[in-house]
Design a protein around this ligand. Structure first.
Ligand code: PXL
Length: 281
């Protein structure tokens, strides 16, 4: 079927569900919608925070066959139209291998990897296996990677205390992956600004926005990577995509949503409000 109006760019997220809607596939889809791309999802796992256990993550992986079934449906349905994917939380080595196999079934222009390494409350031994599988099997497929402070330390093997350290880490991660790197300092580097480092092998840019509070907001990492994917799908250069994504996330944090959880959630509608605070009705 075709029509005369231009079709939106198709953008896939392969990610987990986070039931309260701050992070994961929910954040990705809302970001895609805000930025004008047609979002589709294959779910890798279901995370339910546990209010009775310090809001730790209860984590249930989706069966490998069900993940490959979803990807078969998506890749068959949009064959020839789908060239951008965002990878979020995987959670197990089996899931990583299943996703890597499906990704290799087609050519991609943009594979944006948010290297979600550890899930709060996850068993450390299992988490280590997952980290290793991610580095071995997904990182080499990525064209763009968005590590946070902790993930940048893990992927670069460095301790990161300063913006110079973050620059060095971004260079190292580019060397091992070949991908464009957007390494996020977030609230974890000292100073008045939230600083991210962009490095694509040639251009190194420090992207800086005034910090909005000193506490990390749920969904910021997911939304940033999803916004990068959406912008790339629309044809932006990697540097433009990184800049737009950073502004989108800063507005989303400025307009964050509070709840009974001890953390706020980024609101993807924040950028569209034109900067005014919005009261719930
Ligand atoms: O923000 C990382 C993240 C990604 N994906 C899912 C999550 C979380 C954190 O809670 O639950 C599904």
């Amino acid at each position: 079927m075709s029509q005369n109006t231009p079709s939106p760019a198709i953008t896939l997220t392969i990610a987990g569900s986070e039931a309260t809607g701050g992070a994961g596939a929910q954040a990705d889809l809302k970001t895609f919608q805000e930025l004008g791309v047609f979002g589709i999802t294959a779910l890798t796992c279901i995370v339910s925070f546990d209010p009775k256990d310090n809001w730790n993550h209860r984590f249930v992986p989706v069966d490998a066959q069900v993940i490959s079934d979803q990807l078969e449906a998506v890749q068959t349905c949009y064959s020839g139209q789908l060239n951008t994917v965002k990878l979020g939380m995987m959670g197990t080595p089996t899931t990583i291998n299943t996703v890597a196999t499906a990704l290799k079934n087609q050519e991609w222009k943009n594979v944006v990897l948010d290297p979600v390494l550890i899930c709060k409350g996850q068993e450390p031994g299992a988490a280590l296996d997952t980290d290793e599988a991610l580095k071995a099997n997904l990182l080499p497929l990525a064209t763009f990677v968005t590590p946070n402070h902790f993930e940048a330390e893990s992927l670069s093997g460095m301790t990161i205390n300063t913006v110079d350290d973050l620059k060095e880490a971004a260079r190292k991660i580019h060397e091992v992956s070949g991908a464009v790197v957007l390494a996020k300092g977030g609230v974890r580097l000292e100073g008045a600004d939230a600083v991210d480092v962009y490095y694509d092998g040639e251009t190194l840019e420090v992207l800086s926005e005034p910090k909005v509070g000193e506490v990390a907001v749920s969904g910021a990492g997911c939304s940033l990577a999803a916004a990068v994917a959406a912008e790339l799908a629309k044809g932006a250069t990697p540097l433009e995509a990184a800049k737009t994504a950073k502004k989108f996330v800063t507005e989303g944090i400025r307009h964050r949503v509070s709840s009974n959880a001890p953390f706020d959630a980024l609101w993807q509608g924040g950028a569209a409000t034109g900067g005014a605070p919005v009261q719930a009705g």
